[in-house]
Structure formats: C-alpha cells, structure tokens
Ligand binder design. Structure first.
Ligand SMILES: [Mg+2]
Length: 381
C-alpha cells in the first residue's frame, strides 16, 4: 500500500482536517491544528506531504521519526501539530487495513467506557449554576470551568473572592459525588496561583489546570509542594521531552493534546512516561471529532487515564459543533458522562466527506482574543 494524496480542509468553527489517501482505496483522517494558527499548520502539512507521498502508510513509527527529526529543526506547536494530524490519519489507515480499532493495535482495551467532562461558563465564567445543572441532567459527572476572565496577575481580594465564589457555586450545584476541574489558563502569576489554590482547596477541585504559563514550568515544583489541589498541565507541551520536567516537578495530571503533541504515537508514549511518575492522563481536546476520536482510542488503551475533555457545546463552537462532520454520532453519544467503546476499525468514526469539502469552501479565520489589563498592557488570555 502506498500513500497517493494528502489534502487539508479548513473547516468552521476553527479546525483543520487532513485526509490521507492510498492506492488501495483506504483513507485515513487526522486533525492537525493549532487553534488560531490553522493556516500555518496547513502549510506545514504541505511540506511534510512531500516526503509521505509514495510511502507505505503502515510504517507509522518510522514516518514519525522522519517527520519530527528529519528536517533537522524540530518541535514546537506548528510542526508537532502537523505531525500529530498525519499520525492520526496513519493510525486510522492502519486500523482500517488490519480491520481493528486503534485501541486494539495499542495493546487492547483496558476499560469499557471513557469518562468525559463538559465545559461550563465560557471565557468569562457566568451563569454557572444553570449550565452545571443542565450538564448534570445530561448525565455528566464532571465539568470544567475557567477560574476567571481577564484578571490581575496577582488577583485582588475581590477577584480572589469571585473565583472562590464561582467554584463554590459549582460545588454546590454538583454535590460531593461529581467533580469540577478549574482552568487557570496561565492567567495568574505563580504568586497569584499560590494564593488562589490555597483558597480553592476546601472545595476539592478534581484538578487545577495550567496554574502558570508553560514557559514557567520551572515554578511548578514549588506550586505542587504548596498546593493540596492536584495540578494539571500539558496542552501547550509538544512531546515527551517537554513532559519530563513537569512530571518530575510532581504534576498529578498530564494533559497532552492528540492534535498538538505528536499524535497517537507520542501521546501513547507520554502516557507511559506519566505512569512512571504516578501521574494520570487527561488529554486536552477542545477540538473536533477526529481529535476526540483519536483521544478516545488512546484512553481505551491507557491504564493511567483519568478523564477526557470534549468540545460538544463548548463556547468556541459557533457555526459548527462536534457532530457536524461525522456520519454517525454514536461514538460521541455520551451515556452517564461516558463515551462508549466501539469496535469500528481505525479511529472508529466515519467522516462526512461531503460536509467537510463544503465547509472548506467557507473556511474560517478564527483567532483568539487579545486581552489587555486596565492599564493597557498585554494580559494572558
Ligand atoms: Mg486549558
């Protein structure tokens, strides 16, 4: 079997899909994207495709080595995300060629269903109780929320009280048997994070995510020792080498993104690395159906898996949502807050190719907002 064609599709709300075709008619899909930089990843795919055309798609690990290291310069979000999407597509082809779901090729399932959480509150969290109640009624056992919108790097007493008040409202709506995870989104300094973490501890969050921006990973060890709340990070880390220091620092939850951190191949390895540190895996995935399908395949085959993010109804999904580009919604039909394990080959989904091609004609130009502090200086979003 040989790879004959690689295409990309820029589809709303903010995604990029790739389609890898072979001379035997087997087709694989991937989702190579950096949110807000989709066109740049598309250009990277075109360059990487020069190597892949004519190659045997089943030599996934060898291609991964060449695509990540063969250009001499390596790493970073753009290249790692381009490789990630292509890697997903190659695993999809392998599963279809062997007639097996990807999780079977990764060693077989270690669980029957995968716990997922729902987003509540948006960028500027508000009206939480109503949204949480709706998610609980839909069967979810866990939600995630932003701690704050634009905020002072070291939050004032009022800002801190507002964060704690929102998480307390969430805890009240969820009761003691469900979970709330809180995303700091790197919006606080380490000092600010330390202050807020202490006050959130009594509310028992499942974890607090990105307590500081990724370039301050060297401060995580101090935060871990200061915080009884489990800390999570990883959506802006792109491979094993970048997870090693944060795992050594003692994070409890590793959050690689299947579309950023080198795909199924690399996230499977990051999961094993995390296991040696007693850390659990909770892949980042505010993305589309292919990224989620890839995430679920890894979750079914990962012993130290905790919970999966998914984007259905997320605040980013205007114009299109998780189910807009799949023929059959069944893999994403969450029951009691869990995704079912299917046995369909490859990634386990059927992409609606007509819908994808039509959406690509519209495209998108999604960018994240640029926030400013009250004095006009740049603020982390
Ligand atoms: Mg996050």
């Amino acid at each position: 079997m040989k790879i004959t064609r690689i295409e990309t599709f820029l589809v709303p709300p903010r995604w990029l899909f790739c389609r890898v075709e072979t001379d035997e008619g087997v087709v694989g899909w991937g989702e190579p994207v950096v949110e807000g930089r989709a066109e740049v990843v598309r250009a990277a795919i075109d360059v990487l495709a020069e190597y892949l055309i004519g190659q045997d798609p089943l030599r996934i690990q060898d291609h991964w080595q060449v695509l990540t290291k063969g250009g001499f310069y390596r790493g970073g979000p753009v290249l790692s995300s381009a490789v990630a999407g292509l890697d997903q597509a190659l695993w999809d082809i392998a599963g279809k060629a062997y007639g097996a779901p990807v999780h079977a090729l990764l060693g077989g399932p270690v669980r029957d269903r995968v716990r997922v959480y729902a987003w509540v509150g948006g960028d500027e969290p508000a009206e939480l109780t109503e949204q949480i109640t709706a998610q609980v009624e839909a069967g979810f056992t866990a939600v995630k929320m932003n701690a704050a919108g634009a905020t002072s790097p070291v939050p004032t007493a009022a800002e801190t009280a507002a964060v704690v008040g929102r998480v307390a409202a969430a805890r009240e709506a969820l009761g003691p048997d469900r979970d709330v995870a809180v995303d700091f989104h790197g919006r606080f300094t380490a000092a600010g994070a330390r202050r807020v973490l202490a006050e959130l501890a009594p509310l028992h969050p499942l974890f607090v995510e990105e307590p500081v921006v990724p370039e301050q990973g060297h401060l995580l060890a101090g935060l871990v020792s200061a915080s009884p709340v489990p800390l999570a990070t990883g959506e802006r880390l792109y491979g094993r080498a970048e997870f090693l220091p944060v795992l050594t620092a003692g994070i409890a939850v590793a959050q690689p993104d299947l579309s950023h951190a080198g795909g199924i191949s690399e996230v499977h390895r990051i999961a094993s690395l995390a296991e040696t540190y007693g850390a659990q895996l909770a892949p980042h995935c505010p993305l589309g159906p292919i990224a989620l399908a890839a995430s679920l395949q890894v979750a079914f085959a990962t012993p130290n898996f905790l919970i999966q993010e998914q984007s259905r109804g997320i605040h980013y999904n205007k114009d299109a949502d998780l189910l807009s580009y799949v023929v059959d919604p069944e893999p994403f039909r969450f029951v009691d807050g869990h995704a079912p394990r299917g046995d369909a080959p490859g990634l386990g989904i059927t992409v609606d190719e007509d819908a994808v091609r039509a959406a690509d004609r519209t495209g998108h130009a999604w960018r994240n907002p640029v926030w400013r502090h009250a004095d006009g200086s740049f603020a982390e979003w």
